[in-house]
Design a protein around this ligand. Structure first.
Ligand code: HEC
Length: 333
């Protein structure tokens, strides 16, 4: 699990510097692939099993020559991993089905292989309705620990009980990389999906911005951020992976309900408490919460640990978003 030789150790440290963006020269120099230091000697070729029970090797079958996004999850972690899965699903949609699985590959690797059998991973993928080009993997604990180490995402063993309650105690970052050119980058869990999709897309030939990304309010976000209200910014960073507002037609694949008019359909007190402790309300079997939970594939809304001020901001954004939607709609009529 710990790198054995000094050279190995130095390379791991170098890789960490690269992905954290501290040392950018390395990837550009490594664009000459003969010098690419992150090859089969760096990434272990450990055996893994897919959600369909297929045996694969990490380096040869999953990343060699490919543009990839890799994260670590476990199916028992409802809150934090669910958020991460939701965000990657947005990235997947932005990349588009014609590219996913051909030019770009996503891998979610279980850090709880004892419980995460291929069947459990398959059920998890189905619950989140993930599309093609995204593989869920499990394997031997020691091989997975080694991978996490090499990818710079190793943390001490997970406290699964805490994680179930939404405490984030494994590294939720996504590593994105282009193995052929040696470009690797670590994206924080709060980075928005457009930024990630744009970065992955920039490594592909003939990458075209999809129409959805030309929508000025959204696509330009990574380049030139318009003045965002605090509530809107929160919505974009914390909620948008699972919810829409003012776009009921685009919510067909959404993980959670469209939130247009929710500030009218629900009582204020209920909403405030829901945003503060959805986990508690679900475990108390609050009737509205339970009905929604059943309807939305039994994916629990995560406790995002919002402060009272953040709750106020996001609710006022939802109010404004709904009003804007209504105004736009009545203008059409
Ligand atoms: C990982 C996905 C996910 C994230 C992230 C998420 N939610 Fe939810 N949300 C859900 C799901 C799923 C439900 C339906 C209830 C359930 O299954 O727990 C829900 C329900 C709701 C409801 C109740 C809707 C109704 O019809 O009454 C509101 C309001 C809500 N979420 C607001 C938010 C806000 C605001 C954020 C961001 C600060 C957020 N959610 C982040 C998944 C998510």
């Amino acid at each position: 699990m710990i790198p054995v030789t000094l050279r190995d150790l130095l390379r791991t440290v170098l890789f960490l510097l690269v992905i954290t963006g501290i040392w950018w020269n390395v990837p550009s120099r490594a664009a000459n692939s003969s010098q690419n230091p992150w090859g089969g000697n760096y990434f272990p070729n450990v055996p893994l099993v897919t959600q369909d029970g297929k045996q694969v090797r990490f380096f040869d079958d999953l990343i060699k020559g490919k543009v990839v996004a890799i994260n670590f999850i476990f199916t028992g972690c409802s809150a934090a991993c669910g958020m991460e899965t939701a965000r990657l699903r947005q990235v997947q949609d932005l990349i588009g089905p014609e590219r996913m699985g051909k030019d770009v590959f996503f891998y979610s690797i279980s850090i709880d292989p004892d419980n995460d059998t291929p069947e459990a991973l398959k059920a998890y993928a189905a619950k989140f309705n993930v599309g093609p080009g995204w593989t869920f993997l499990t394997g031997k604990q020691k091989d997975i620990d080694l991978l996490r180490n090499r990818l710079g995402l190793y943390m001490p063993p997970v406290d699964k009980e805490k994680a179930k309650l939404g405490e984030i105690d494994h590294d939720l970052a996504v590593i994105i990389g282009n193995q052929a050119t040696g470009r690797w980058q670590k994206a924080s869990p709060m980075e928005n999906a457009e930024v990630l999709a744009t970065q992955l897309g920039s490594w592909l030939s003939n990458w075209k911005v999809k129409p959805a990304q030309q929508n000025p309010s959204y696509a330009n976000a990574p380049v030139r951020l318009p003045e965002l209200s605090k509530g809107e910014e929160m919505f974009r960073t914390r909620c948008v992976g699972c919810h829409t507002v003012g776009q009921p037609n685009e919510s067909a694949r959404a993980i959670g309900p469209d939130l247009t008019h929710v500030t009218r359909t629900r009582q204020r007190g209920w909403l405030v408490r829901w945003l503060k402790e959805p986990d508690a309300m679900l475990s108390e079997k609050d009737p509205i919460a339970t009905a929604l939970y059943e309807k939305y594939n039994k994916i629990a809304m995560p406790n995002l640990k919002l402060t009272d001020g953040e709750i106020e901001s996001v609710l006022s954004f939802l109010e404004k978003g709904s009003a804007a939607f209504q105004a736009a709609n009545s203008a059409k009529k």
